[in-house]
Design a protein around this ligand. Structure first.
Ligand SMILES: Nc1ncnc2c1ncn2[C@@H]1O[C@H](COP(=O)(O)OP(=O)(O)OP(=O)(O)O)[C@@H](O)[C@H]1O
Length: 219
């Protein structure tokens, strides 16, 4: 049986503003799970809580039914691409790959031109290049589960196609949860979809659900 990441019982408020309250989501290895939702509904917050970088009083994150204790970030069970930059601005790409324990060949296989970028600092890369390389790093990390917050955003179409290909290959050995407002790209790779609305997750059955939840007008 494939490893399964599940989470629920997550409660998150910012002051009086309740953000998350009725979450249930699961993602087995072999699957890509997409999360959609309106601006500000809490998608990034949810990924941070599951990764462990945003502490909350109540949270249940399980792998194969076993609760994950606080040290799972160190154990590299879950890798996370934040909406913000992953690689610190002053770090050379070559150093970043070493830090994240990613073989540069995984990047150069798809982006041979990146050879000339290896000695550049992260801040010297273009935004779109930095984004796709960061997404590739997470997908080639040792973690069994990957959380990707807006991996497609800012990436040019030919590289989006490469990323979709890498995602499809990576899911053979990983479970992947991703969110992005480039929802057609999300729809094209996701095996399961949820929409986050009113602090709760709803499994999406069809496109009509996205209209009903106020995410798209119509297709
Ligand atoms: N550190 C914080 N302090 C207070 N409020 C916050 C904080 N971080 C996020 N929020 C609020 O929580 C809500 C959810 O934010 P979050 O970034 O998780 O939404 P999102 O669904 O990822 O949005 P988007 O699609 O615009 O990226 C928003 O109303 C946001 O203003």
């Amino acid at each position: 049986m494939n490893d399964l990441l599940e989470f629920d019982g997550i409660e998150l408020s910012y002051g009086p503003q309740r953000i998350l309250s009725g979450i249930y989501m699961k993602c087995p290895v072999g699957n890509i799970t997409g999360i959609l939702g309106r601006n500000g509904c809490g998608k990034s917050s949810l990924l941070k809580v599951v990764f462990g970088s945003l502490p909350v009083p109540v949270r249940s994150v399980r792998i194969n039914g076993q609760y994950l204790a606080g040290d799972y970030m160190k154990k590299q069970i879950i890798a996370y691409l934040p909406q913000e930059d992953l690689i610190p601005a002053n770090i050379q790409l070559r150093q970043a790959l070493r830090l994240f324990d990613v073989d540069p060949r995984h990047i150069l296989e798809y982006f041979p031109e990146a050879e000339q970028f290896l000695s550049l600092r992260s801040r010297e890369l273009s935004g779109g290049y930095r984004r796709i390389i960061e997404a590739m790093m997470v997908l080639h990390s040792r973690a069994t589960f990957c959380l990707l917050d807006e991996p497609f955003t800012g990436v040019m179409p030919v590289h989006v196609d490469i990323l979709r290909h890498v995602l499809t290959k990576a899911k053979e050995r990983k479970g992947i949860i991703l969110t992005d407002h480039l929802y057609r790209q999300v729809l094209s790779v996701a095996d399961h979809l949820y929409i986050l609305s009113d602090g709760r997750t709803f499994a999406i059955k069809d496109h009509e659900d996205l209209v009903t939840r106020g995410y798209i007008h119509t297709l």
